[in-house]
Design a protein. Structure first.
Length: 371
């Protein structure tokens, strides 16, 4: 089963081709440089950038998924761009589309204007090439990213349900019971900011630019995580929800009390102790969840998982409960990407779940995972 998947939920234009859970190609065009100077994602700029690039990204993903792309003499991006205008290329593209069985697209949650671009393009392709359309929740994509395989079918992980799933990204912090394929139950979520957002906001207050998670990680490596004891949000409540906005406020007031010099000298310590507060509150909730639901097999996805320190903390926690944890196997699967949408769509295709009337599919910016 070959699936062409599209994700334009936020600031990455991504298109992938998957065969079952094997990734044949996964193209990701990040818009970070466009949004950086605004200190965050600007929805209408994201929409325009998706519109400008989507056709090119689709063509690249489709042509690169073919094992015989040498036929076109395409070895680098520039040559592909030149080739795209030729009739020969168009014919080959149309021929390649014949190999595709389904078109899959993220329909929520995400930024409404951004989601719309991917959905419209998916509808157009489904109509033009007579394919069935599969609608995927972005969060189920992040969960299934843990089971994606390379084009040789590695790693050969078998499913061993149920899992406790965690999605930690710039937009989401969710604890989900992953009962079986496509069966989810949200047991905890953030009541305000997401974990990645908390890191991004702190980085902004420190003047480190956007997005800030990776910069905070780099600084924190040489900092003292005990430098300041920032509050661990929601640590005293017994539910499984997260909250990070109080922590960010406390960080803001702490910085207000420091001189510029003091801040400059303690940048690493500030990053380390703030990061520790964010991660410790995540760890606390996973621990609570493991004890409550008695599941010690974790799957964890989302952009914040790029953080090595957090991955180690989660791994150690799972080990302490004689369990294990599955992370996506490649960096390109942590953040937003379309391959994870293709992998999730594979299970919908197997069950015969697709959009019966293509024109009816609408963006759902606040879509919940159990919907
Ligand atoms: O999954 P993602 O690419 O987009 C959303 O769906 O939100 O996640 C982006 C988030 C940002 O908040 C970014 O700061 C964070 O992931 N991030 C990191 C690291 N790299 C990216 N957070 C911590 N450590 C990192 N190395
Ligand atoms: Zn995401």
């Amino acid at each position: 089963m070959i699936i062409l998947a599209i994700d334009t939920s936020c600031d990455e234009t991504s298109v992938a081709v998957c065969e079952g859970r094997k990734i044949l190609s996964n193209k990701i065009y990040s818009q970070i440089l466009i949004h950086k100077k605004w200190g965050g994602v600007v929805p209408n700029l994201a929409k325009r950038a998706h519109e400008e690039r989507i056709d090119m990204v689709i063509e690249e993903a489709v042509m690169r998924s073919k094992r015989d792309s040498s036929e076109l003499g395409i070895r680098d991006h520039r040559r592909l761009l030149l080739a795209q205008t030729s009739t020969h290329f168009r014919n080959l593209f149309d021929l390649s589309m014949k190999q595709i069985d389904y078109i899959a697209v993220t329909y929520g949650p995400g930024l409404a204007p951004a989601l719309e671009v991917g959905i419209n393009k998916a509808k157009e392709l489904a109509k033009k090439y007579h394919k069935k359309l599969i609608a995927i929740n972005h969060l189920e994509g992040h969960i299934y990213s843990c089971f994606a395989q390379n084009n040789r079918g590695n790693p050969k992980r078998e499913y061993n349900f149920p899992y406790l799933a965690l999605v930690v990204s710039g937009g989401h912090t969710e604890l989900i019971l992953f009962h079986d394929h496509l069966k989810y139950e949200v047991i905890g979520e953030t009541i305000d900011d997401a974990a990645g957002e908390a890191l991004d906001k702190a980085a902004k207050l420190l003047g480190l630019g956007y997005p800030g998670g990776a910069v905070i990680e780099r600084l924190a490596k040489t900092g003292d995580f005990k430098y300041h004891n920032f509050p661990r949000p929601m640590s005293r409540t017994h539910d499984l929800n997260f909250s990070f906005s109080g922590l960010k406020t406390s960080f803001y007031y702490h910085l207000q009390k420091m001189s510029i010099n003091d801040k400059a000298h303690n940048l690493n310590n500030l990053a380390a102790s703030y990061q520790e507060a964010v991660f410790e509150s995540i760890i606390k909730k996973i621990k609570l969840a493991i004890e409550r639901v008695k599941i010690n097999r974790l799957v964890v996805g989302g952009g914040v998982i790029a953080n090595v320190y957090l991955r180690n903390k989660i791994r150690n926690l799972a080990r302490a409960y004689n369990g294990d944890v599955i992370f996506p196997t490649s960096k390109s699967l942590y953040g937003d990407n379309a391959a994870m949408i293709g992998v999730a769509a594979n299970y919908k295709a197997e069950k015969g779940i697709y959009v019966k009337n293509v024109a009816d599919l609408e963006r759902m910016p606040r879509l919940k995972i159990a919907d």
